[in-house]
Design a protein around this ligand. Structure first.
Ligand SMILES: [Cu+2]
Length: 179
């Protein structure tokens, strides 16, 4: 009789142990997101993640033109190596005081959408919309102003860059290729 009691007691302890173990396992799984979950939640690109040991590539870019018909960037095909840090120097070489320009790096094929949202974002936001498609942007420059931004090259692929000042993106756009 004693042996049977021990047997049941043992069985009981066994089941409790198994079920508790199962719960612990489940809660651990809930606490730890799988890599695919993390990717779904993470922003597409983290501009602050600069690797101090990465090579720095400097790009000089000029915004030119004094009329809506003339405005353009002096380079419309920028190329950088993946894994590098990009130092982009933008100069607004327009002379007309109404010609404000910036550089906005965006996901490929989103130029019109970003430009439209940029108009809505307005001057208080430098006409730069807060949206996932925008990777990084300079401030809006007045004529003869220069600025620089430093950012990590995004993952390999082709991106677009535009000026988000209202009406400029049609003429002021180019490709940014990460090789
Ligand atoms: Cu512009």
């Amino acid at each position: 009789m004693k042996n049977i009691l021990f047997y049941f007691a043992g069985l009981f302890v066994f089941f409790v142990a198994v079920s508790c173990g199962g719960d612990a396992e489940k809660s651990r799984k809930q606490d730890t997101a799988s890599p695919s979950d993390l990717m779904a939640d993470a922003p597409a690109y983290d501009v602050s993640k600069i690797d101090p040991s990465a090579p720095v590539i400097e790009i000089q870019l000029k915004a030119l033109g004094n009329t809506m018909a003339e405005i353009h960037y002096d380079d419309t095909m920028l190329e950088v190596k993946a894994g590098s840090t990009v130092k982009l120097v933008l100069m607004n070489s327009s002379q007309d005081e109404t010609m404000l320009h910036n550089f906005t790096l965006i996901e490929e094929g989103t130029a019109d959408k970003v430009a439209m949202e940029g108009v809505k974002a307005g001057p208080d936001n430098n006409y730069i919309p807060a949206m996932r498609e925008v990777l990084v942007a300079t401030k809006m420059l007045k004529p003869n102003e220069t600025t620089e931004i430093v950012f990590p090259a995004p993952t390999q692929g082709t991106y677009d860059f535009i000026c988000t000042y209202p009406g400029h993106a049609g003429k002021m756009r180019g490709k940014f290729v990460v090789m």
